[in-house]
Ligand binder design. Sequence first.
Ligand code: SF4
Length: 348
Amino acid sequence: MDLTRREFIWRSVLAGGVVTALPVCARPGEANASTFEPAYARLEEAGELEGRVEKAYEMLGSCRLCPRECGVNRLRGRRGVCRAPADVVVHNFAPHLGEEIPLTGRRGSGTIFFSNCNLRCVFCQNWPIAHEGRGEQVSDEVLAAVMLELQRVGCHNINLVTPTHVLPNILQATRLALHQGLRIPLVYNTGGYERPEMIRLLDGVVDIYLPDVKYMDGAEAARYSAGARDYPERATASVLEMHRQVGGLVTDADGIALRGLMIRHLVMPDRVAGTRAFVEWVARELPRDTYVNIMAQYRVDYLAFNHPRIARAIRPQEFLEAMDWAEEAGLTNLDERSLAQLQIHRRR
Ligand code: SF4
C-alpha cells in the first residue's frame, strides 16, 4: 500500500516508531543542559499538575479558554469562534530551523502546529491551518507521543504553535509525556489573545513564553482580527503575567533558551500594529533587556487583499522607523536577526 509522507509520519508516531524523514540528526541524551529540569516536572513533583489538567478540561464544558468566552460545550461537539473541537487537531510537527536563534539552536525547535485559531486575522499566513482547520484529530496520548518524538530526534524544546484553544489537551499530553521521559522546555507560542486567568493556570507548567503583541489599538484589532477589540488589554495583561512567572530570557552555555519571555511584534503597513506604542509599553512596564523580536516579514495573504491599508508589503522605511523607536525607547535585547537586517538597510 502506498503511503504519503504525512500518513507515514502519523503512523510511525502512533506505532511508537521512528520519524526518520526529519532532517535533523538525533542526539539522544543531549536534549538539553544536563541539570535542566522543566517547570512541568517540578509541578508534577509538587502534586499540582493533575489538578491543572482537571481544571482546564472543566472549562471545555462551557468554553471560556480565551477572551472570546463563547460559552459553548465543546465536550458535546459544539464549536465557538475558533471552530475547534474538543479533541486536539494537529496540522504537522517537525524540527523548525526558522524560529528565533535561542529556540532553534543547531537541532531545531520542536514545533507542533495546532489547527484552528481564536484570533482569526484577515492577513493570516497559516490560513489553511488556522481558519480552515486542516489537520488530523488526535488523542492526548498521540499528542504526548508527538512531543516525545520531537525530543527523541534532538529538538531543543517543544514549541506549541497556536495553543490557546487546546490548553486542556496540552496539559494532559504534557503530563503523559513527562511520565514517559519528556524533559525539554515547553514553549507557549501564542498570538497573544489570551485571558490572563488562563495564563495563570499555566504558572509552573510553561518554561518559555513566546507571545505576539500584534496591536496596541483596539479599533485596528477589531478591524483585522474578527472584532477582537479588547486585544491590546488582554495581550499586554497576559504578557505581564507571563513575565511574572518566568522572568527574562535565560539560556544555557550554548545560547539555547531554557526559560523566560520572548516577545514578537510584526511590523504592519501604515503603522497598523502600533509599533511605537508597543516598544514604549515594553520599556515602561518590563525590564529594558526583555527579549523583543521586531519582525519585518509581513506579506499580503488570505483576505488582506481586500483591505487596502494592509494590501502591500511593508516598506524598508517602516521597518527602519520601528527599529529606531525600539532603540530610542531603550530596549537592549532586540532579536539578533532583526538587528542584522537593520544593519543591511542602514548600509544601503
Ligand atoms: S477557545 Fe474557542 S470556543 Fe473557547 S472561548 Fe476561545 S474561541 Fe470560544
